[in-house]
Design a protein around this ligand. Structure first.
Ligand code: F6R
Length: 613
C-alpha cells in the first residue's frame, strides 16, 4: 500500500534520504513514485509511473540537489491509473505546496466540483489533488502551513495520512493522520516522517507515533503536535528495538526465503520470557490477561484478514480445546458489515502482523463499542491496533518485508498457543502439571523447524515443488487444526505464483472438489499423526484412486507411505503441528514461484498492509 516519507535537514540535501526511505517501503507494493523538494524556496516535483529506478533515471543530474526539505511517496493506485500525472506529490495551482497522501478522500468528487466551479484546473484523476488545492487556498489566510492543513482537513471525509511541504522564506514540513499510520522523529540535525517506522530506523530508533486527528509540524530538533479535539499534545517517544539491518536481505535471494529461514528464531523470540515452567503457566503483560479478568470471559470473538485470519482459525481449535471456551471467528471485513451480536463478557481478539489493516481495526472498534474487551496479537509495537487494545501479545518477529506473510503466521500460532494455555490456567481447565506438559511440548518446535529448514530437507521440497510446477491447479487438504494450514498453503501459492489453488477441509472433498481430481491437478494433504489421521488417509486414497498426484506433508507414516511424494515433518503433537506443517507449504509456494520467474517479494496487485477498505 502507499508509502510516505519526509525529511527536513539543518544542513545538506535530503533527496538521497528520501529515495532510500522509499526503497525501504518498496516491499509494501506500489506502482508509481515521486518526490517533492524545496529548491531555493520553490516547490519542485519529480514523479514517475513504475519503480523507483524510473524515478532515479528522471532524477539523473539532480542527485547534487541541495534541497533541505522534501517529501516522497510510493503510490498504489486507487483513484486513477498508475501514470506520471496521477503519481504523488500533487501541488496547488500556484506550486506553493506539494502534498502526498495515503488513504481515501470519500467526498472528493463533491469537493472537486466545488473547486472546478471556482476555476481550479485539475491535472490528475486523483482524490489527493483535491486536498492539495484546498491546502493551497487555505494557506493564503493562515498563519502557518499546519493551520492551513488543519483547516483543509476539516472539509475532508475519509481516511488519510498526509505530508505537505511549503516553500517561501521559511520552509515548513507538516503531516496529519486520520486512519493510516504515520510516525515522526527528530534529531538535532534533522527531522523525519514516514508511514512505516522501518523508514525511520536508519536515522533514529526514537520515534513518535501520531494519533488520529493529529497535525504535526516537524523541523530539526523539534516536533509540535496539535490534535483536532484536544489542542496541543505531547505524544510519547517510543524506542524501537528492531534493527534496521533486519530489513536487509542479507544474501538471501528474496526476503520471503530469508523470513522462512528465520522461523526457528522467531518461535524462540515469541516464547522468550513468557514461560513459567514452575507454575505451568504463561506470563502475559496486561491486566486483561490476568486470572481475574480471564476467568469471567464467556466467549472469544476473533477478527482478522488473510493469513492472520488463518492463524485465527487455528487459534479457535486451541482455545476451545485447551480452555473450553466458545470461539467465534470472522473475516474482519464481514464482521463489520453484519449485525454482530456479542454475548456479555466477550473478549475480542484482533490478529494482525501490521496492526494497521483497516478492516481489522474497524472490526475491533465495532466489537469494543458493543461491549467486548479488545485485545490483540500483533507484530508492530507502535501500531494502531496495539494502542487501541487493552492488552497485546507482541509477536517479536522483527520486520516482515516479504509481501506474502510467513514468519508472522508462525509467530501468531505460538502467541495463540501461549494465550490458550494462559486462558486454560486462568479458568482452571488445566492443572499446573498439564500446563507444564503443554509448555514442554514447545521445546520440540524450534528443533523441528531447524530440521525442516536444513539444506537437504529444503532441497527435497524444492525438487518436489519443481516437479509439480507445471500442474494446472492445486488442492490443499487438511482436517481439524490443520485445515487452516491447508487454506494458508493455498493462499501462499496463489499470491506469489499466480496459479489456482484451493484449500479445503479434507472431509469436504467428496462433497464437490473431488470432481476436479485428474492427473494435472496436484493435491497436497496435511497428514499429522493425530486423532483424525485415519480419516485423512482415506482422503489420500480417494485422490489416488482417481489418478490425482498426491503430496503428503506430515508425520503419519501410513499416509506418507501412500503418497508418491512425501515430506515428513517431526511430530510435535496435535496443537503445535500447524507450526511445522505450514513450513513445507511456504517453501513449496516459494519454489514454484521461483521456477515461474515471479516477482516473489512484490507479487502483482498485492500490498503488504491494506490500510484502506
Ligand atoms: C498474505 C498476507 C495478507 C495479510 C492480510 C492481513 O500473505 O500477507 O493476507 O495476512 O492482509 O494483514 P495484517 O496481518 O497486517 O493485518
Amino acid at each position: 500500500m502507499c508509502g510516505i516519507v519526509g525529511a527536513f535537514r539543518r544542513e545538506g540535501g535530503v533527496l538521497d534520504e528520501l529515495i532510500e526511505g522509499l526503497r525501504v517501503l518498496e516491499y509494501r507494493g506500489y506502482d508509481s513514485v515521486g518526490v517533492g523538494l524545496l529548491e531555493k524556496g520553490e516547490v519542485v516535483v519529480h514523479r514517475r509511473a513504475g519503480r523507483i529506478e524510473e524515478l532515479e533515471k528522471l532524477l539523473e543530474g539532480q542527485r547534487g540537489s541541495e534541497a533541505r526539505v522534501g517529501i516522497g511517496h510510493s503510490r498504489w493506485a486507487t483513484h486513477g491509473a498508475p501514470t506520471d500525472e496521477n503519481a504523488h506529490p500533487h501541488t496547488d495551482e500556484a506550486y506553493r505546496i506539494a502534498l502526498v497522501h495515503n488513504g481515501i478522500i470519500e467526498n472528493w468528487q463533491e469537493l472537486k466540483s466545488e473547486l472546478v466551479r471556482a476555476g481550479v484546473v485539475f491535472r490528475s484523476e486523483t482524490d489527493t489533488e483535491v486536498l492539495a488545492h484546498l491546502v493551497g487556498r487555505e494557506l493564503a489566510t493562515s498563519r502557518s502551513l499546519a493551520e492551513a492543513l488543519g483547516r483543509a482537513l476539516e472539509r475532508v471525509e475519509g481516511y488519510y495520512a498526509v505530508a505537505v511541504v511549503s516553500g517561501g522564506s521559511e520552509p515548513e514540513l507538516v503531516c496529519a493522520r486520520e486512519g493510516p499510520p504515520l510516525c515522526v522523529a527528530a534529531t538535532g540535525e534533522a527531522a523525519y516522517l514516514a508511514s512505516d517506522v522501518l523508514a525511520l530506523l536508519p536515522h533514529t530508533r526514537d520515534v513518535v507515533f501520531l494519533e488520529d486527528g493529529d497535525v504535526a509540524e516537524i523541523a530539526p530538533g523539534r516536533i509540535s503536535i496539535k490534535n483536532r479535539e484536544t489542542g496541543v499534545v505531547e505524544r510519547p517517544v517510543r524506542h524501537i528495538d528492531w534493527d534496521s539491518e533486519a530489513a536487509d536481505r542479507g544474501g538471501w535471494p528474496h526476503f520471503m526465503l530469508k523470513e522462512i529461514h528465520e522461523q526457528p528464531d522467531v518461535v524462540a523470540r515469541a516464547m522468550f520470557e513468557r514461560l513459567d515452567l514452575e507454575r505451568g503457566d504463561v506470563i502475559l503483560a496486561g491486566e486483561a490477561f490476568s486470572d481475574a479478568r480471564l476467568a469471567v470471559v464467556q466467549r472469544v470473538q476473533i477478527v482478522a484478514c488473510g493469513t492472520a485470519f488463518h492463524a485465527g482459525l487455528v487459534l479457535r481449535y486451541m482455545i476451545e480445546g485447551l480452555a473450553g471456551l466458545p470461539v467465534d471467528i470472522d473475516y474482519a471485513s464481514e464482521f463489520r458489515y453484519r449485525s454482530p451480536v456479542l454475548s456479555p463478557n466477550t473478549l475480542v481478539l484482533g490478529i494482525s502482523q501490521s496492526g494497521e489493516t483497516a478492516d481489522t481495526l474497524a472490526a475491533l472498534r465495532l466489537a469494543t463499542l458493543l461491549g467486548a474487551t479488545p485485545v490483540s496479537i500483533c507484530n508492530s509495537i507502535g501500531s494502531t491496533m496495539v494502542r487501541e487494545s487493552e492488552a497485546s501479545i507482541l509477536l517479536e518477529a522483527g520486520p516482515e518485508i516479504g509481501v506474502a506473510s510467513t514468519k508472522a503466521f508462525v509467530a501468531m500460532l505460538v502467541a495463540g498457543y501461549l494465550f490458550s494455555v494462559r486462558m486454560a490456567r486462568a479458568r482452571g481447565t488445566c492443572t499446573k502439571e498439564e500446563g507444564r506438559a503443554l509448555l514442554d511440548d514447545l521445546s520440540g518446535v524450534r528443533p523441528g523447524l531447524e530440521h525442516l529448514l536444513a539444506r537437504d530437507s529444503v532441497k527435497r521440497i524444492r525438487a518436489i515443488a519443481e516437479a509439480h510446477a507445471g500442474k494446472k491447479g492445486f488442492l490443499f487438504l487438511g482436517r481439524g487444526i490443520n485445515f487452516p494450514v491447508a487454506l494458508e498453503g493455498a493462499l501462499k501459492l496463489k499470491e506469489i505464483s499466480y496459479v489456482h489453488a484451493e484449500g479445503y477441509p479434507a472431509g469436504e472433498m467428496k462433497h464437490g472438489p473431488i470432481a476436479l481430481i485428474e492427473p494435472s491437478m496436484s493435491t497436497l494433504v496435511l497428514v499429522p499423526e493425530d486423532p483424525v489421521a485415519d480419516k485423512v488417509r482415506a482422503n489420500v486414497e480417494q485422490v489416488r484412486a482417481r489418478g490425482g498426484p498426491v503430496i503428503c506433508v506430515g508425520s503419519d507414516p501410513e499416509s506418507l507411505a501412500l503418497a508418491e511424494d512425501a515430506i515428513e515433518i517431526p511430530n510435535v503433537g496435535r496443537w503445535l503441528s500447524p507450526i511445522l506443517g505450514v513450513v513445507p507449504l511456504q517453501l513449496f509456494a516459494y519454489f514454484i514461484a521461483a521456477k515461474k520467474g515471479c516477482d516473489i517479494d512484490k507479487p502483482r496487485n498485492l500490498a503488504k498492509s491494506v490500510t484502506v477498505e
